[in-house]
Design a protein around this ligand. Structure first.
Ligand code: 9EZ
Length: 533
């Protein structure tokens, strides 16, 4: 799969280094700021890629406005401002740069912990307002206190490292990081229920998901030490703002540092204005270094994609990671051709639902499982549903039209029939009363069919141009009749190949330069499918 990215739209003040990297490889870059919705819809229609930070909301409406858009890059972590479902449906790749913000987010978290412990912003504001007040701002040392880090991913880990230097005891929780791995970082990983009563400070570092929404709520705050301090530099909504305000008012929460809010910017400033709250306007990733880094990363990811290197940071098409490799191209073409042929052979449709059983033989093709499945679906669905089917949206659209689909890999098994190559794709399609079995290989660099319903072409049948598939009884000899019929309609026949027969059937396949309109039947043979690949 090669991706054509000629024009990229840079929005939201993405660091100009991004555009520079893209221009250096010959991509044309348009930089725009503060577009109206109408301007945005017009611009996306004229670009293959769009790169955003947080300001631009890439909605269904924006996606629907462009047939051309192939990729959305987000210079930052998360994809909160992108409708990923809609992008997937439109076949548009969504990428982000999950690593580029890590250090800035971790440093801001540590700054928040320090600010909380010494009332730094409050004391600063008081002095600036002319008040030399020292007794209102009696602080606490961090040394010897316990910091709980909820979410021990990249950022949580960096926060742990830094706060250990202050002499804090670090405990935490994470659903995936093993307890032993956390222990190697000097972090005691515990069940959440054991975390709450031990923490003097709690900082959250999780994505915002249904199970992390309001993770810090009334019940949790009730289980915490009296005076616990809460930090959120991750995502608004992980801390329940109403519950936090209640705990601050009750004094059970000793302070909170918030960089992110349920609504941004917050319309209700009650929490921000609370004397025990330290707040910043979503500055976690807002550093020169982080903004440069994410701008470079997102540009590099697009350059890699265009150059056929493995994709990183793709959010909505995990299978595509290695699909850009040149060596995969003939296999993707083969899978699409087999899907297309399977669809045509099983027409006309009695029921919309169908089942595909796919077997991948050999070690090379087994590694391509993640995108050969989608590639088969692209071939299958082409002409069945909307235009613009690709590797990104095919799995979603297949599910919606009732295609059930199983891929098995056999890395140590050669292909089941004698098809010179060890790597092969076998497809069985079951649809209504019809079923067909196809075996193909691209080991020679071209999509080649080796067997159809058990009938073998030992030297292979290259799939390309327009092909007519005739089924016949092994006792019939319809080749002359097929040739005569095709010549009668002035078809340019470039080959006519018969399979070896089984005891039930034989296939005769004619390749022509273009679609043929065969009005009369061929005696002794049945035209099952005509396919233009
Ligand atoms: C959930 C999580 C961490 C968490 C972190 C990530 C999917 N997921 N969930 C609850 N990446 C701590 C508490």
């Amino acid at each position: 799969m090669s991706f054509r990215v000629k024009r990229v739209l840079l929005l939201d003040g993405v660091d100009p280094v991004c555009g520079q990297i893209l221009m250096d490889v010959g991509i044309s870059v348009t930089t725009r700021n503060k577009l109206t919705k109408e301007q945005l819809l017009k611009e996306v229609a004229e670009h293959d890629g769009v790169i955003v930070r947080s300001a631009t909301k890439v909605t269904e409406e924006v996606l629907a406005a462009s047939d051309r858009l192939r990729i959305i890059g987000r210079a930052g972590t998360g994809v909160d401002n992108i409708d990923v479902q809609a992008a997937t449906r439109h076949g548009v790749i969504v990428m982000n740069t999950p690593g580029g913000n890590t250090l800035s987010a971790a440093e801001h978290t540590c700054a928040m912990v320090c600010a909380l412990s010494r009332c730094l912003p409050q004391a600063c504001a008081a002095l600036k307002a002319g008040s030399w007040d020292r007794k209102s701002f009696l602080g606490y040392e961090l040394h010897g206190k316990t910091l709980a880090i909820i979410g021990l991913g990249r950022i949580g880990r960096e926060v742990a490292k830094r706060m250990q230097a202050f002499g804090m005891t670090i405990i935490g929780y994470d659903p995936v990081t093993p307890v032993e791995v956390a222990a190697e970082w000097g972090v005691e990983s515990l069940p959440l229920e054991s975390v709450w009563p031990r923490a003097d400070y709690i900082t959250v570092h999780t994505p915002l998901l249904p199970h992390t929404k309001n993770l810090i709520n009334d019940e949790v705050l009730a289980k915490c030490k009296s005076g616990v301090r809460i930090v959120n530099v991750a995502r608004g909504g992980i801390v329940d703002e109403a519950a936090l305000l209640r705990a601050l008012e009750a004094g059970t929460c000793g302070g909170a540092a918030l960089d992110v809010f349920q609504e941004e910017p917050p319309t209700d400033l009650t929490l921000c204005k609370h004397p025990k709250v330290v707040c910043t306007p979503h500055l976690g990733a807002n550093t020169v270094e982080a903004q440069r880094r994410v701008a470079v990363e997102v540009a590099q990811q697009i350059v890699d994609m265009v150059n056929g290197r493995p994709l990183v940071g793709v959010v909505n098409a995990p299978g595509l990671t290695n699909a850009t490799n040149d060596a995969c191209k003939p296999w993707i073409e083969l899978a699409q051709a087999l899907g297309c042929l399977a669809n045509h052979l099983s027409q006309p449709v009695e029921t919309p639902s169908l089942t595909l059983n796919v077997d991948l033989y050999g070690s090379e093709v087994s590694k391509m499982e993640a995108f050969l499945g989608p590639a088969l679906l692209v071939g299958l669905l082409k002409g069945m549903t909307q235009n613009g089917i690709n590797l990104v949206n095919a799995p979603m659209l297949a599910k919606e039209v009732g295609v059930s689909f199983v891929v098995r890999t056999h890395p140590d098994k050669p292909a089941p029939l004698a098809c010179s190559a060890t790597d092969a794709i076998q497809v069985e399609i079951l649809r209504g009363f019809k079923s067909h079995a196809l075996l193909g290989s691209a080991a020679a660099g071209q999509a080649t069919l080796y067997a159809l319903d058990g009938c073998v072409w030992e030297s292979g049948l290259t799939l390309g141009r327009n092909m007519l598939f005739f089924s016949a009884s092994p006792s019939a000899s319809p080749l002359a009749a097929i040739a005569t019929q095709l010549m009668a309609v002035h078809a340019v026949v470039t080959s006519l190949l018969s399979s070896a027969p089984t005891n039930k059937e034989v296939w005769h396949v004619a390749r022509t330069n273009s679609t043929v309109d065969l009005t009369t039947g061929v005696p002794g043979a049945r035209l099952v499918a005509q396919v233009t690949f």
